[in-house]
Design a protein around this ligand. Structure first.
Ligand code: AMP
Length: 290
């Protein structure tokens, strides 16, 4: 596995891979790997010849009171995990390499970035879209892999790739969960044992939403009411948002007629967790939920 922190060396390597007719898969991350990240890398390995993984804790996507400074890091551990997963190139740029002095260009999507996490984290998706656009321009991969865990991020990137005519296939990968249902996240290490156990109400709510649909419920209001009651009963969990919306546009819906997204964000102490699931009449027993 080659490791580089410069755009120049990365481009040289990718050019040489491409000249040998090899396709490039790309997995952008902020590091501190878990099974979710590794699943993206394996999917990339399956579909493309050479896999590039970036680790970059992107400052432009963090708000002033967020966890940029204490975001978990362990490059030695990540390097070993990437190598063992068969990653070909690990790209670990510095902030200066990505945003040199005089940096002035941002990618700002309208509409889709103003709902859900966009409401509680203003500017977050501007940072995400900017860094992903830059990374896609640097790597120029055939396919780029993103987790459905961050559903809105995936929807934003799909929209950006269409709007800016970026020549890449965007591949969404299903959420990887702990055995008890908690969606894997680098931020789970922040949870105290009490918060970790309370966090289960989030994935449980998603399951209950599908159960209600399986039992014939089609009213979004009634599903929201049930889920709000359940999450409200967990003292340590402070709901940031709970929304039921169209999976592509993220606009609210009032009835469950087709595949619909249930999206949840909640704070447990200082930790903010997000999760989501597709629910719908056709999804009964499809195993789409854990
Ligand atoms: P992060 O390092 O948290 O920015 O995540 C890097 C990529 O891994 C993003 O595309 C995430 O959506 C994806 N990812 C994070 N957690 C999971 C998970 N539990 N299952 C699947 N993908 C994930």
């Amino acid at each position: 596995m080659l490791e580089t922190n410069t755009i120049g060396e990365l481009r040289k390597t990718i050019k040489s891979e491409k000249s040998r007719g090899r396709t490039i898969g790309f997995v952008p991350t902020m590091g501190y790997f878990h099974e979710g990240h590794l699943t993206l890398m394996r999917e990339a390995k399956k579909r493309t010849d050479a896999v590039v993984v970036s680790i970059f804790v992107n400052p432009t996507q963090f708000g002033p009171n967020e966890d940029l400074d204490k975001y978990p890091k362990d490059l030695d551990r990540d390097r070993g995990m990437a190598q063992a997963t068969g990653v070909d190139v690990l790209f670990t740029p510095s902030v200066k390499e990505m945003y040199p002095d005089g940096y002035s260009t941002y990618v700002d999507l309208t509409g889709i970035t103003e709902v859900l996490c966009g409401k509680s984290r203003p500017g977050h998706f501007k940072g995400v879209a900017t860094v992903v656009a830059k990374l896609l321009n640097i790597v120029r991969p055939d396919a780029a892999f993103f987790g459905e865990k961050d559903w809105q991020q995936l929807a934003v990137i799909k929209r950006m790739v269409i709007d800016l005519n970026v020549d890449v296939e965007v591949v969404g990968v299903p959420t990887v969960r702990e055995k008890d249902g908690l969606a894997m996240s680098s931020r789970n290490v922040y949870l105290s044992p009490e918060e970790r156990s309370a966090s289960l109400v989030i994935s449980k709510s998603l399951k209950i939403a599908q159960n209600m649909v399986d039992n014939g419920e089609r009213s979004v209001d009634r599903i929201l009411e049930a889920l709000q009651g359940l999450i409200g009963s967990e003292e340590l969990v402070e709901l940031d948002y709970l929304e039921i919306c169209d999976p592509e546009t993220l606009s609210p819906v009032s009835e469950i007629r087709a595949e619909t997204l249930v999206a949840i964000a909640a704070r447990l102490g200082k930790t903010r967790l997000i999760d989501n699931a597709l629910i719908g009449p056709e999804l009964e027993n499809t195993g789409n939920l854990f």
